[in-house]
Design a protein around this ligand. Sequence first.
Ligand SMILES: [Zn+2]
Ligand SMILES: [Zn+2]
Length: 255
Amino acid sequence: MKITLLGTGTSTGIPTIGVNKESCFSDDPRDNRLRSSILVEFKNKNIVVDCGPDFRQQMLRTNTTKVDAILFTHEHADHTAGLDDVRPISFKHGKIPIYAHERVIRNLKKRFDYLFDKKNDYPGSPHIYPKIIKNKKFNIEEIEILPITYMHHKLQVYGFRINNFAYVTDLKIITEKEFNKLKDLDVLILNSLRHNEHYSHINLSQALNHIEELKPKMAYLTHIAPDMGLHSETEKILPNSVFLGYDGLEIIIED
Ligand SMILES: [Zn+2]
Ligand SMILES: [Zn+2]
C-alpha cells in the first residue's frame, strides 16, 4: 500500500491570506501546505480521502489521472470544495463513487445539486454517484475499509482504517470504543492543528498523547495551522517515530 499526503494544511492552507507567521514566508517547501487530503494506492485502486479546494492542483502535481473512489470524512469546505474538479477524471474513466455519511451526501447534494441531477444531466458535469456509509466495515472491491467515528466540536466525522493504516483528521473527541479501532497500526496519520488548545481540533500535545497510548509503528501529523511554526523547528521536538507530515510525502506499507 502506498499513501501520498496530497495536502497537510488546515482549512486556510499555508501560507494563509493575510497571516504574518514565519511559516507563511518560509522557503522550505515543507511549510507550503495545501488543504488536507491523501491518496491511497492499494490493490490497483486509487482511493482519495477528501476532495478539498486544492484537489485539481494535488492531482496535477502527483500526476494522478485516475481515481476509483473518493471517501469523505465530513462536509467542511476544506474537505469537499474541489468536487467539481473530478470532471476530467470522470470523463476519461467513468463515474466515480463517493463514500460518505448520509448527512454529508445530503449536504453535497445541496451544494453541488447539478452533480446529482439525473433529469437534466448536463454532459459537462462530473459523473459521480453516492454511496452512503455507516459506522461499519465496507468494501471497495477487495479493499476492506473500517470507519472510525468521532467528534469535531459538534460535528460527527469519519476516519478510515485500511489494514494496518489509519487516517484520522479533524478529530477533537473520540470514545474509547472507537479509539480502540486504532490499535496495532503500522501507520497512523492524525490531525494536530497547533500548540495551543482549539475547540474543534486536537493540538500537538493531545495528538502526541493519543499516539503514545496507541503506539503505532509510525505516526504522521497533518491538518497543520500556521501557528505550528516552521517544519524544521517542530520536527525537532517530536518523539521517535512521530513525524510532521508534508505535502508530497509518500509512505509505503508492506502488505
Ligand atoms: Zn478540516
Ligand atoms: Zn472540519
